[in-house]
Design a protein around this ligand. Structure first.
Ligand code: CP
Ligand code: NVA
Length: 318
Protein backbone atom coordinates (compact mmCIF):
# COMPACT_ATOMS: atom_id res chain seq x y z
CA UNK A 1 0.00 0.00 0.00
CA UNK A 2 2.82 2.41 0.93
CA UNK A 3 4.64 1.70 -2.34
CA UNK A 4 1.37 1.90 -4.30
CA UNK A 5 0.75 5.40 -2.89
CA UNK A 6 4.33 6.32 -3.67
CA UNK A 7 3.77 5.22 -7.30
CA UNK A 8 0.59 7.28 -7.42
CA UNK A 9 2.35 10.34 -6.00
CA UNK A 10 5.26 10.07 -8.41
CA UNK A 11 2.96 9.67 -11.47
CA UNK A 12 0.80 12.57 -10.39
CA UNK A 13 3.66 14.87 -9.37
CA UNK A 14 4.15 15.53 -13.12
CA UNK A 15 0.83 17.40 -13.01
CA UNK A 16 1.80 19.88 -10.30
CA UNK A 17 1.46 23.44 -11.62
CA UNK A 18 0.23 22.28 -15.04
CA UNK A 19 -2.83 23.44 -16.97
CA UNK A 20 -5.71 21.16 -17.85
CA UNK A 21 -7.12 22.63 -21.06
CA UNK A 22 -7.85 19.49 -23.08
CA UNK A 23 -8.38 15.76 -22.52
CA UNK A 24 -5.25 15.31 -24.62
CA UNK A 25 -3.15 17.05 -21.93
CA UNK A 26 -3.07 13.84 -19.84
CA UNK A 27 -1.55 10.45 -20.51
CA UNK A 28 -2.89 7.00 -19.66
CA UNK A 29 -0.94 6.61 -16.38
CA UNK A 30 -1.91 10.07 -15.18
CA UNK A 31 -5.62 9.48 -15.84
CA UNK A 32 -5.65 6.11 -14.08
CA UNK A 33 -3.73 7.54 -11.13
CA UNK A 34 -6.19 10.43 -10.92
CA UNK A 35 -9.00 7.84 -10.83
CA UNK A 36 -7.25 6.01 -7.99
CA UNK A 37 -6.85 9.22 -6.02
CA UNK A 38 -10.46 10.24 -6.72
CA UNK A 39 -11.67 6.88 -5.38
CA UNK A 40 -9.56 7.26 -2.24
CA UNK A 41 -11.04 10.71 -1.68
CA UNK A 42 -14.54 9.44 -2.42
CA UNK A 43 -14.39 6.61 0.11
CA UNK A 44 -12.76 8.81 2.75
CA UNK A 45 -9.63 6.62 2.75
CA UNK A 46 -7.60 9.71 2.03
CA UNK A 47 -7.85 13.30 3.20
CA UNK A 48 -5.84 16.12 1.72
CA UNK A 49 -5.56 19.55 3.28
CA UNK A 50 -4.03 22.14 1.00
CA UNK A 51 -4.14 24.87 3.63
CA UNK A 52 -6.30 27.74 2.47
CA UNK A 53 -5.53 27.81 -1.25
CA UNK A 54 -7.87 29.75 -3.51
CA UNK A 55 -9.58 28.74 -6.76
CA UNK A 56 -10.90 31.55 -8.97
CA UNK A 57 -14.00 30.72 -11.02
CA UNK A 58 -14.48 32.68 -14.26
CA UNK A 59 -17.76 31.47 -15.74
CA UNK A 60 -19.20 33.15 -18.84
CA UNK A 61 -21.92 30.50 -19.14
CA UNK A 62 -24.43 28.99 -16.69
CA UNK A 63 -23.41 26.00 -14.57
CA UNK A 64 -24.74 23.90 -11.71
CA UNK A 65 -22.53 20.79 -11.55
CA UNK A 66 -19.21 22.29 -12.55
CA UNK A 67 -19.48 25.38 -10.39
CA UNK A 68 -20.76 23.63 -7.27
CA UNK A 69 -18.48 20.59 -7.55
CA UNK A 70 -15.43 22.86 -7.84
CA UNK A 71 -16.62 24.91 -4.85
CA UNK A 72 -17.22 21.85 -2.71
CA UNK A 73 -13.97 20.18 -3.84
CA UNK A 74 -12.00 23.24 -2.80
CA UNK A 75 -13.81 23.43 0.56
CA UNK A 76 -13.00 19.75 1.20
CA UNK A 77 -9.34 20.48 0.44
CA UNK A 78 -9.33 23.18 3.12
CA UNK A 79 -9.40 25.99 0.56
CA UNK A 80 -11.96 28.31 -0.90
CA UNK A 81 -13.24 29.74 -4.17
CA UNK A 82 -13.83 33.28 -5.37
CA UNK A 83 -16.48 33.98 -7.95
CA UNK A 84 -15.03 36.04 -10.80
CA UNK A 85 -18.14 36.18 -12.93
CA UNK A 86 -17.36 38.66 -15.76
CA UNK A 87 -20.56 40.57 -14.97
CA UNK A 88 -19.11 41.70 -11.65
CA UNK A 89 -15.46 42.13 -12.62
CA UNK A 90 -13.75 44.56 -15.01
CA UNK A 91 -13.69 41.71 -17.54
CA UNK A 92 -17.28 42.64 -18.34
CA UNK A 93 -16.11 46.19 -19.11
CA UNK A 94 -13.41 45.05 -21.48
CA UNK A 95 -10.28 44.66 -19.33
CA UNK A 96 -7.84 42.55 -21.32
CA UNK A 97 -7.31 38.88 -20.56
CA UNK A 98 -3.57 39.39 -20.47
CA UNK A 99 -3.92 41.94 -17.66
CA UNK A 100 -6.67 40.07 -15.82
CA UNK A 101 -4.75 36.79 -15.91
CA UNK A 102 -1.58 38.34 -14.49
CA UNK A 103 -3.49 40.15 -11.73
CA UNK A 104 -5.53 37.10 -10.74
CA UNK A 105 -2.33 35.04 -10.62
CA UNK A 106 -1.17 37.31 -7.77
CA UNK A 107 -4.30 36.55 -5.69
CA UNK A 108 -5.42 33.03 -6.60
CA UNK A 109 -3.66 29.65 -6.76
CA UNK A 110 -5.62 28.11 -9.65
CA UNK A 111 -8.32 29.23 -12.11
CA UNK A 112 -11.27 27.28 -13.56
CA UNK A 113 -12.68 28.94 -16.67
CA UNK A 114 -15.93 28.31 -18.57
CA UNK A 115 -16.14 30.26 -21.78
CA UNK A 116 -16.96 30.04 -25.47
CA UNK A 117 -13.73 29.80 -27.42
CA UNK A 118 -10.86 27.47 -26.64
CA UNK A 119 -8.52 30.23 -27.85
CA UNK A 120 -9.75 32.50 -25.07
CA UNK A 121 -9.04 29.78 -22.52
CA UNK A 122 -5.57 29.35 -24.01
CA UNK A 123 -5.01 33.10 -23.78
CA UNK A 124 -5.68 32.92 -20.02
CA UNK A 125 -3.27 30.01 -19.75
CA UNK A 126 -0.61 31.92 -21.69
CA UNK A 127 -0.68 34.87 -19.28
CA UNK A 128 -1.39 33.11 -15.98
CA UNK A 129 1.39 31.94 -13.72
CA UNK A 130 -1.01 29.57 -11.94
CA UNK A 131 -2.71 26.43 -13.34
CA UNK A 132 -5.75 26.97 -15.56
CA UNK A 133 -8.54 24.38 -15.85
CA UNK A 134 -11.02 24.06 -18.71
CA UNK A 135 -14.46 24.12 -17.04
CA UNK A 136 -16.06 23.83 -20.54
CA UNK A 137 -15.48 25.59 -23.83
CA UNK A 138 -17.26 25.15 -27.15
CA UNK A 139 -14.47 22.72 -28.08
CA UNK A 140 -14.02 20.55 -24.99
CA UNK A 141 -15.30 19.56 -21.55
CA UNK A 142 -12.35 17.55 -20.21
CA UNK A 143 -13.35 17.49 -16.51
CA UNK A 144 -16.65 15.94 -17.60
CA UNK A 145 -14.88 13.21 -19.58
CA UNK A 146 -12.74 12.30 -16.56
CA UNK A 147 -15.84 11.90 -14.38
CA UNK A 148 -17.53 9.89 -17.13
CA UNK A 149 -14.73 7.35 -17.50
CA UNK A 150 -14.33 7.11 -13.73
CA UNK A 151 -18.02 6.18 -13.57
CA UNK A 152 -17.58 3.57 -16.32
CA UNK A 153 -14.51 2.14 -14.59
CA UNK A 154 -16.44 1.86 -11.30
CA UNK A 155 -19.21 -0.05 -13.07
CA UNK A 156 -17.19 -2.37 -15.34
CA UNK A 157 -13.82 -2.55 -13.56
CA UNK A 158 -11.77 -2.37 -16.72
CA UNK A 159 -11.94 0.34 -19.38
CA UNK A 160 -9.94 -1.26 -22.16
CA UNK A 161 -12.20 -2.73 -24.82
CA UNK A 162 -15.41 -1.13 -23.48
CA UNK A 163 -17.73 0.00 -26.29
CA UNK A 164 -19.10 3.51 -25.77
CA UNK A 165 -21.66 4.87 -28.22
CA UNK A 166 -22.45 8.56 -28.09
CA UNK A 167 -25.71 9.52 -29.78
CA UNK A 168 -26.22 13.16 -30.71
CA UNK A 169 -24.39 16.36 -31.51
CA UNK A 170 -20.63 16.19 -32.19
CA UNK A 171 -20.06 18.85 -29.55
CA UNK A 172 -17.63 19.70 -26.74
CA UNK A 173 -18.69 16.70 -24.64
CA UNK A 174 -18.35 14.33 -27.61
CA UNK A 175 -14.90 15.71 -28.42
CA UNK A 176 -13.54 15.19 -24.90
CA UNK A 177 -15.16 11.75 -24.65
CA UNK A 178 -13.46 10.74 -27.88
CA UNK A 179 -10.02 12.03 -26.87
CA UNK A 180 -10.08 10.66 -23.32
CA UNK A 181 -11.60 7.35 -24.47
CA UNK A 182 -8.87 6.92 -27.08
CA UNK A 183 -6.27 7.41 -24.38
CA UNK A 184 -7.91 4.80 -22.14
CA UNK A 185 -8.45 2.09 -24.77
CA UNK A 186 -12.23 2.58 -24.95
CA UNK A 187 -13.87 2.00 -28.35
CA UNK A 188 -15.69 5.27 -28.96
CA UNK A 189 -18.37 5.50 -31.62
CA UNK A 190 -19.95 8.91 -32.19
CA UNK A 191 -23.30 8.84 -33.95
CA UNK A 192 -24.52 12.20 -35.27
CA UNK A 193 -26.67 13.44 -38.11
CA UNK A 194 -24.79 14.54 -41.21
CA UNK A 195 -23.34 18.01 -40.76
CA UNK A 196 -23.13 17.65 -36.94
CA UNK A 197 -20.27 15.15 -36.72
CA UNK A 198 -17.14 15.49 -34.60
CA UNK A 199 -14.59 17.40 -36.68
CA UNK A 200 -11.94 15.45 -38.61
CA UNK A 201 -9.18 17.16 -36.62
CA UNK A 202 -10.48 15.71 -33.33
CA UNK A 203 -10.93 12.26 -34.88
CA UNK A 204 -7.33 12.34 -36.16
CA UNK A 205 -6.10 13.55 -32.76
CA UNK A 206 -8.03 10.73 -31.02
CA UNK A 207 -6.60 8.13 -33.39
CA UNK A 208 -3.11 9.35 -32.68
CA UNK A 209 -3.78 9.01 -28.92
CA UNK A 210 -5.11 5.47 -29.16
CA UNK A 211 -1.92 3.59 -28.41
CA UNK A 212 -3.94 0.87 -26.68
CA UNK A 213 -5.79 0.09 -29.89
CA UNK A 214 -9.08 1.87 -29.15
CA UNK A 215 -11.39 1.87 -32.16
CA UNK A 216 -12.54 5.39 -32.96
CA UNK A 217 -15.42 5.67 -35.39
CA UNK A 218 -18.33 7.80 -36.52
CA UNK A 219 -21.68 6.86 -38.01
CA UNK A 220 -25.07 8.44 -38.62
CA UNK A 221 -27.19 5.39 -37.79
CA UNK A 222 -28.17 5.11 -34.09
CA UNK A 223 -29.59 1.60 -34.51
CA UNK A 224 -26.24 0.31 -35.71
CA UNK A 225 -24.24 2.51 -33.33
CA UNK A 226 -25.63 1.02 -30.13
CA UNK A 227 -25.05 -2.64 -31.04
CA UNK A 228 -22.77 -4.21 -28.40
CA UNK A 229 -22.52 -0.88 -26.55
CA UNK A 230 -21.88 -1.19 -22.82
CA UNK A 231 -22.30 2.57 -22.52
CA UNK A 232 -24.78 4.79 -24.34
CA UNK A 233 -24.10 8.49 -23.85
CA UNK A 234 -26.03 11.51 -24.95
CA UNK A 235 -26.09 15.29 -24.50
CA UNK A 236 -28.36 18.15 -25.48
CA UNK A 237 -28.99 18.81 -29.17
CA UNK A 238 -28.30 22.54 -28.76
CA UNK A 239 -25.45 23.57 -26.50
CA UNK A 240 -25.13 26.84 -24.63
CA UNK A 241 -24.66 29.58 -27.22
CA UNK A 242 -26.72 27.73 -29.88
CA UNK A 243 -30.13 28.79 -28.58
CA UNK A 244 -31.19 30.35 -31.90
CA UNK A 245 -30.64 26.98 -33.65
CA UNK A 246 -32.93 25.06 -31.28
CA UNK A 247 -35.97 24.73 -33.54
CA UNK A 248 -33.96 23.63 -36.58
CA UNK A 249 -31.89 21.17 -34.54
CA UNK A 250 -35.00 19.62 -32.95
CA UNK A 251 -36.15 18.52 -36.39
CA UNK A 252 -32.76 17.31 -37.59
CA UNK A 253 -32.03 15.29 -34.41
CA UNK A 254 -35.49 13.63 -34.08
CA UNK A 255 -34.05 10.14 -34.76
CA UNK A 256 -31.17 10.61 -32.30
CA UNK A 257 -33.17 10.18 -29.12
CA UNK A 258 -32.00 7.68 -26.50
CA UNK A 259 -35.03 5.57 -25.66
CA UNK A 260 -35.99 2.02 -24.66
CA UNK A 261 -35.69 0.85 -28.27
CA UNK A 262 -31.99 1.78 -28.35
CA UNK A 263 -31.39 0.32 -24.89
CA UNK A 264 -32.87 -3.00 -26.05
CA UNK A 265 -30.45 -3.14 -28.99
CA UNK A 266 -27.35 -2.61 -26.82
CA UNK A 267 -25.41 -4.97 -24.54
CA UNK A 268 -27.66 -6.33 -21.81
CA UNK A 269 -25.49 -4.65 -19.14
CA UNK A 270 -25.64 -1.27 -20.88
CA UNK A 271 -25.51 1.88 -18.78
CA UNK A 272 -26.79 5.30 -19.84
CA UNK A 273 -24.78 8.43 -19.23
CA UNK A 274 -25.64 12.09 -19.78
CA UNK A 275 -23.53 15.01 -18.63
CA UNK A 276 -26.73 16.88 -17.63
CA UNK A 277 -28.66 19.10 -17.73
CA UNK A 278 -31.04 16.89 -19.75
CA UNK A 279 -33.90 17.87 -22.02
CA UNK A 280 -36.33 15.04 -21.36
CA UNK A 281 -38.30 14.13 -24.47
CA UNK A 282 -35.56 15.45 -26.75
CA UNK A 283 -32.18 13.68 -26.64
CA UNK A 284 -33.39 11.19 -23.99
CA UNK A 285 -36.79 9.99 -22.85
CA UNK A 286 -37.97 10.38 -19.27
CA UNK A 287 -38.29 6.57 -19.12
CA UNK A 288 -34.66 6.02 -20.19
CA UNK A 289 -33.25 8.71 -17.91
CA UNK A 290 -35.09 7.26 -14.91
CA UNK A 291 -34.43 3.61 -15.83
CA UNK A 292 -32.23 1.18 -13.90
CA UNK A 293 -29.69 1.54 -16.72
CA UNK A 294 -29.20 5.21 -15.94
CA UNK A 295 -26.06 6.17 -13.99
CA UNK A 296 -26.39 9.91 -14.52
CA UNK A 297 -26.38 10.86 -10.85
CA UNK A 298 -23.35 8.69 -10.03
CA UNK A 299 -21.72 10.37 -12.98
CA UNK A 300 -22.64 13.85 -11.69
CA UNK A 301 -21.30 12.95 -8.23
CA UNK A 302 -17.97 11.89 -9.71
CA UNK A 303 -17.39 15.43 -10.99
CA UNK A 304 -16.70 16.33 -7.37
CA UNK A 305 -14.27 13.50 -6.63
CA UNK A 306 -12.24 13.74 -9.83
CA UNK A 307 -11.95 17.53 -9.66
CA UNK A 308 -10.89 17.31 -6.03
CA UNK A 309 -8.16 14.89 -7.11
CA UNK A 310 -7.13 17.14 -10.00
CA UNK A 311 -6.93 20.26 -7.81
CA UNK A 312 -4.96 18.39 -5.16
CA UNK A 313 -2.30 17.31 -7.66
CA UNK A 314 -2.14 20.61 -9.55
CA UNK A 315 -1.58 22.39 -6.24
CA UNK A 316 1.09 19.92 -5.17
CA UNK A 317 -0.91 18.51 -2.28
CA UNK A 318 0.17 14.85 -2.43
N1 CP B 1 -22.35 18.73 -16.87
C1 CP B 1 -22.08 20.02 -16.59
O1 CP B 1 -21.01 20.55 -16.88
O2 CP B 1 -23.10 20.64 -15.93
P1 CP B 1 -23.18 22.19 -15.60
O3 CP B 1 -23.38 22.93 -16.88
O4 CP B 1 -24.36 22.31 -14.66
O5 CP B 1 -21.90 22.61 -14.94
N1 NVA C 1 -22.84 20.45 -24.62
C1 NVA C 1 -23.42 21.13 -23.48
C2 NVA C 1 -22.82 20.62 -22.21
C3 NVA C 1 -23.36 21.25 -20.96
C4 NVA C 1 -22.72 20.69 -19.73
C5 NVA C 1 -23.19 22.63 -23.62
O1 NVA C 1 -22.09 23.03 -23.99
O2 NVA C 1 -24.13 23.39 -23.35
Amino acid sequence: MASASKGLASTLSSLTNTNFLSSSDLNFDQVLSLFDLAKQLKTGNRRIDLGNRVLGLIFKKASTRTRVSFQVAMARLGGQTVDLNPQVTQLGRGELIKDTARVLSRYCDVLAIRTFSQEELEEYARWSTIPVINALTDLEHPCQALADYLTIQEKFGNLEGINLSYIGDGNNVANSLMLCGALLGVNVKICSPKGFEVKAKIIDQAKSLSELGAKISITDDPLIAVKEAQVIYTDVWSSMGQEEEQIRRKEIFQNYKVDQKLIDLADKEVILLHCLPAHRGEEITEEALESKNSYVFDQAENRLHIQQALLAVQLGGL
